[in-house]
Design a protein around this ligand. Structure first.
Ligand code: XMP
Length: 326
């Protein structure tokens, strides 16, 4: 029967069996899933594991630091950082189609892991060998929505499932592939990860790229990062973090509307607030946020983010909407 203890024991045994004495890398995104996957693999094969943080430039404010400091401080794991900000931006140039974005990002992640593997081997000198295994924090819902293995339709290609390139040279280790988010959180807690890490709200691997409707550019990322940081700060200040599952902020980069500020005309972009409540992200309802919190977020974003002159609220459940806009 299902207990977190059983899941941990079973997965630790399976990981040991799968990787033997091979070298393993695990991508860390700053999110719950990759953190718990890494902690499981660390428990199973400790020294054979190096975590890899791909800084793709699509993260929210403060997230790179969270990975580089918090996770390493707690687990003592070996960390290798790849600065892939320019590579990702270049690969995404001119791309507006959501599935193309997702597949581009999935491919670039793998290229970055290959680069990390070469660098890790080079650093190890004569004891180098090779890196054969890549750990991913894939969950059951990621598999389902990517149409994985069930013959079901692809809703969207999660970057770590349907977005993988065909010439993948790694063997995948995916210890969370049968689990839902609440189960992953229970496993993380049992493994001793701190509460604020385990209860972090979900954030998609493709990051802010799938929250910019239109082409991804450095300027648009900066705009969205600023707006998102304001929304998150106000939601946290209002004590709503546990009540909402997540609250994407989406920049409609291809839409403009007329506004007025001071005595001048503006012609800026809207951002969408997408607060949702959910158990497992398979279905969701829009969260009825207090009006005063919405008002504060709106006032601050339109005052503090020059390119944004309208804040709108998404009141669609899932289905028919998905949580993310792309
Ligand atoms: P949707 O938009 O499909 O999102 O309703 C369901 C949940 O999955 C997250 N999400 C992703 N997470 N890689 C991820 O790691 C992805 O490609 C991806 N796409 C969506 C989304 O934030 C929500 O929690």
């Amino acid at each position: 029967d299902w207990t977190t203890g059983n899941v941990i024991e079973e997965q630790v045994a399976r990981i040991r069996q799968q990787v033997g004495d091979g070298r393993v890398i695990c991508g860390l995104s700053g999110g719950v899933d990759s953190a718990v996957a890494a902690a499981l693999v660390q428990r199973a094969v400790g020294e054979q594991l190096t975590c890899v943080f791909v800084d793709h430039g699509l993260l929210r404010a403060g997230e790179a630091e969270q990975v580089e400091q918090d996770f390493v401080a707690v687990t003592g794991v070996k960390l290798h950082v790849v600065d892939a900000r320019e590579t990702f931006l270049a690969a995404l140039a001119g791309v507006s189609d959501p599935e193309t974005k997702r597949k581009t990002i999935g491919r670039e992640f793998i290229r970055a892991f290959e680069r990390a593997a070469r660098e890790i081997i080079a650093d190890a000198g004569e004891h180098g060998g090779e890196v054969r295994f890549l750990v991913q924090g894939t969950l059951y819902p990621d598999v389902v929505e990517s149409g994985g293995g069930t013959g079901a339709a692809t809703i969207k290609s999660h970057h770590n499932v349907g977005g993988l390139p065909d010439d993948l040279a790694f063997e995948l280790v995916e210890p969370l592939r049968t689990l839902f988010k609440d189960e992953v959180r229970a496993v993380g807690t049992e493994l001793g990860l701190p509460e604020d890490m385990v209860w972090r709200q979900p954030f998609p691997g493709p990051g802010l790229a799938i929250r910019i409707v239109g082409e991804v550019t450095a300027e648009r990322l900066d705009t969205l990062r600023t707006a998102d940081a304001i929304a998150r700060a106000e939601l946290t200040a209002a004590g709503l973090d546990r009540e909402i599952w997540q609250c994407p902020v989406v920049l409609l980069a291809d839409v403009r509307s007329v506004g007025v500020q001071g005595d001048g005309r503006t012609y800026g972009h809207p951002v969408v607030l997408r607060p949702v409540s959910s158990e497992d992200a398979m279905t969701a309802d829009w969260t009825r946020l207090p009006y005063d919190v919405l008002a504060r977020i709106s006032t601050r974003i339109t005052n503090e983010v020059a390119e944004v002159n309208r804040v709108v609220l998404d009141v669609t459940s899932k289905p028919p909407g998905t949580i993310e806009w792309e």
